[in-house]
Write a protein that binds this ligand. Structure first.
Ligand SMILES: NC(=O)c1ccc[n+]([C@@H]2O[C@H](COP(=O)([O-])OP(=O)(O)OC[C@H]3O[C@@H](n4cnc5c(N)ncnc54)[C@H](OP(=O)(O)O)[C@@H]3O)[C@@H](O)[C@H]2O)c1
Length: 485
């Protein structure tokens, strides 16, 4: 460990809680890196230095010393509490950094904050890069999936450093320059939204199997372990088997049975849905996953509703193996919809904010290091390689065939869940979305008629050009009108 060795470190980390410490250790373990570290309170720095002398960290007690310990152009990654903490550190760094230096925010920032910060920092000549970092503590230490935004110029310096610490999937580092300003944090937000949907779908599959077949959590763990050898292979399926197999040491019960059934959230799922609403993109699978967590966390309402009547018919599964296979297929089809919707939001965001996001590259960098890592992502990359202008992922030949093969099972499972009174909001909303997308005619025509009736919002016709309004409170004749959509 060197204290305040001036200008010797090629990369710095500010914020040494769990994520920052692990990222700093990851950086230090890579050939050629000397890592400067700084934390608001010095205790965390001292702890890191004493626990990891092998890392050779260059530590500072003040932000001025920290800046002086970095070689130029200075590059520092901020890993502090998102929000006010990030703004405070950016303020400090912009006082001591110089034009051409690079500030990276690796926290979970809202992408619109990143757009704002990038604009403000750019005025000083310093580069600001919002980088989504996925994979939690373990990823930060051993290799995360990294989604940097910011200028192409800053990526020239940053790219090799981030590539050295990123997860590697099939020989390729899980990092790419996503786009300018907030593009990295935007894509990280969508990643998290998809993660919510994926987790909810898996949870619904578990619930259906448990209630339908009476299998124990440990037996269902075997089912998931088996699924993990096929097209569903993914980190989330793998850890689901681990969680279901876990036995509580205190009670001897399956751990899943002693965990309170109220799911928490840190907000990125809600951001994904809020942004999707603003962009007008239906991300129903993600939205249902966010709402399912909200519903679970309403104990008073749930307690008041426990005696609401359920289905009058008893439900039994005749053939458990067939039912489990139906659920597996329904899960795969619903998962395809969740990803298709997530990529729709990426496309819409890119258009709205002027980012050139290469969708196939995004799927590639999610193959390793992050929570939604999965084999299946290769199919998404291939779909965008085959057709860069693909308008909906679910219409790509591979996914079209996959859903076609699964849809009978999917329909049976959704119908069964409704019949049995088992909530399956993500399964059923995904199927409704699919049926909505493929419909020749939607009842949206009636909605337009209603809107025209009460608000003179006008409508278009299928048989001629123009915009029309019916004189509902007059003689009900139709007139040409100005489009007031
Ligand atoms: N935990 C995860 O799995 C995970 C995964 C992905 C991304 N992230 C993101 O990574 C970032 C860091 O997460 P974390 O869990 O390691 O830490 P955290 O608990 O979110 O934040 C604690 C760190 O922030 C610093 N901090 C807070 N307010 C500050 C301020 N006003 N000025 C300067 N420093 C301030 C603290 O310094 P003191 O020690 O002085 O209090 C400490 O180093 C967050 O943005 C988080 O959302 C976390």
């Amino acid at each position: 460990m060197a204290e305040n060795a001036h200008g010797t470190a090629n990369i710095g980390v500010v914020g040494l809680a769990v994520m920052g410490s692990n990222l700093a250790r990851n950086l230090a373990s890579r050939e050629g890196n000397t890592v400067a570290v700084f934390n608001r309170s010095y205790e965390k720095t001292e702890t890191l230095l004493s626990e990891h002398p092998e890392a050779g960290f260059v530590a500072s007690k003040t932000i001025e010393e920290f800046a002086a310990s970095l070689s130029t152009p200075r590059t520092a990654i901020i890993m502090v509490k998102a929000g006010a903490g990030t703004d405070a550190v950016i303020d400090q760094l912009t006082q001591v950094f110089e034009p051409g230096d690079i500030i990276v925010d690796g926290g979970n920032a809202l992408f619109t904050d990143t757009i704002r910060r990038e604009k403000a920092v750019r005025e000083t000549g310093i580069h600001f890069v919002g980088a989504g970092i996925s994979g939690g503590e373990e990823g930060a230490l051993n290799g995360p999936s990294i989604m940097p935004g910011g200028s192409a110029e800053s990526y020239e310096t940053l790219g090799p450093i981030l590539s050295s610490i990123a997860a590697v999937a099939e020989g390729e580092p899980c990092v790419t320059h996503v786009g300018t300003d907030g593009a990295g944090h935007f894509v990280k937000m969508i990643h998290n939204g998809i993660e919510y949907a994926d987790m909810q779908l898996i949870a619904e599959a578990y619930d259906l199997i448990r209630r339908g077949t009476g299998k124990s959590p440990a037996e269902i763990a075997d089912v998931f372990a088996e699924w993990n050898t096929g097209e569903l292979e993914s980190y989330l399926i793998e850890i689901t088997a681990e969680v279901l197999r876990q036995v509580d040491a205190e009670t001897g019960q399956p751990l899943v049975d002693v965990i309170l059934d109220q799911a928490g959230a840190k907000g990125t799922g809600a951001w994904t849905v809020q942004t999707a609403l603003d962009l007008g993109i239906p991300v129903s699978g993600i939205a249902e996953a966010v709402f399912a967590r909200s519903l679970s966390s309403k104990p008073a309402q749930r307690a008041a509703a426990t005696d609401l009547p359920g289905p009058s018919d008893a439900w039994t599964v005749d053939d458990p193996e067939t039912f489990i296979e139906d659920v597996r297929r329904a899960l795969y089809a619903s998962k395809i919809i969740a990803y298709s919707q997530g990529f729709d939001e990426i496309v819409a965001g890119a258009e709205q904010y002027g980012w050139n996001i290469r969708k196939g590259e995004i799927a590639k960098i999610w193959r390793g290091g992050c929570i939604i890592r999965a084999q299946f992502l290769n199919r998404i990359t291939e779909a965008y390689v085959d057709d860069a202008g693909l308008v909906a992922l679910v219409t790509a030949p591979y996914f079209r065939d996959a859903v076609a093969g699964a849809q009978d099972s999917w329909r049976r499972v959704v119908a069964t869940a409704a019949h049995a009174g088992i909530p399956a909001p993500a399964f059923s909303s995904s199927l409704s979305y699919y049926d909505g997308l493929r419909a020749d005619r939607l009842p949206a025509a009636l909605v337009q008629g209603q809107r025209d009736f009460f608000g003179a919002h006008t409508y278009k016709r299928v048989d001629k050009e123009g915009t029309f309004h019916t004189l509902w409170s007059g003689d009900r004749s139709e007139i040409s009108a100005v489009d007031t959509h």
